[in-house]
Design a protein around this ligand. Sequence first.
Ligand SMILES: [Zn+2]
Ligand SMILES: [Zn+2]
Length: 254
Amino acid sequence: MKKQLFKCAMMVYAAAMMVSCSSDANLSCDVKKIAADVNGVQDSLMLKGTDGSCEVVYAPDWVNVSTHDTVVNYVIAANKDSVPREGCIVVTSGHSQLSIPVEQGVKTSYLLLTDKEVKMAREGDTVRVAVVTDGGKVNIEAFPEIVTALNGSYLTLISKKNEGKQISGEIKLTSGDISEKITVTIEGDVCPTCNSTGYVKCPKCKGQGNTFSMSIQGIIGCKTCGGKGTSTRAGDFGYRNGSGKVPCPTCKGK
Ligand SMILES: [Zn+2]
Ligand SMILES: [Zn+2]
């Protein structure tokens, strides 16, 4: 890979020497970089600022390039190696030259994390999780209370001081077809009444969701926790069991 980059640099350098006296150096392209996945790709790009035709002076051996007027057609082969690769396509038009970087990833066969459950302190915290993969780029989706940074094989998670109640969320990491999740808990205020679950046992039915009625020889759905109707030996009369839980009176379920 280094060799190829060096080759690219040399090509550009050599061409720069050749055209250094020319002011016609405005060859450009809307595509600033070609990034192919493991399966390869076939596409084309249009050059701007040409003299009406262009020529390819360099391309890596895994990229097949042809030109037509000012259009550059390229075919990137499937990457059978287990390492990502990169290089560049160098084109000229008249006295101008342009180098377009090209890179190709590999198929991810594993994505490993040293931690899948992370607890972060209430005062603000920084946690590092090692991320090991044989794939290319790892995409990270976090949630608003967490800032993430991936440097090499380390994912750093940063949380600010949490003034409110405990926060839970997931961080999703994806590389190719493989994805993994880290469950993050940011410690916060814990409600003494409900232990921050937000609910307490229904006081009316003692968590049963219903109450027994002697008069109908059956049960009555507890209205306090969402139940309704009655159920007797004769049948159900719009009966629904209550949940047995009501919002916490201390924290109001928050
Ligand atoms: Zn109830
Ligand atoms: Zn509570």
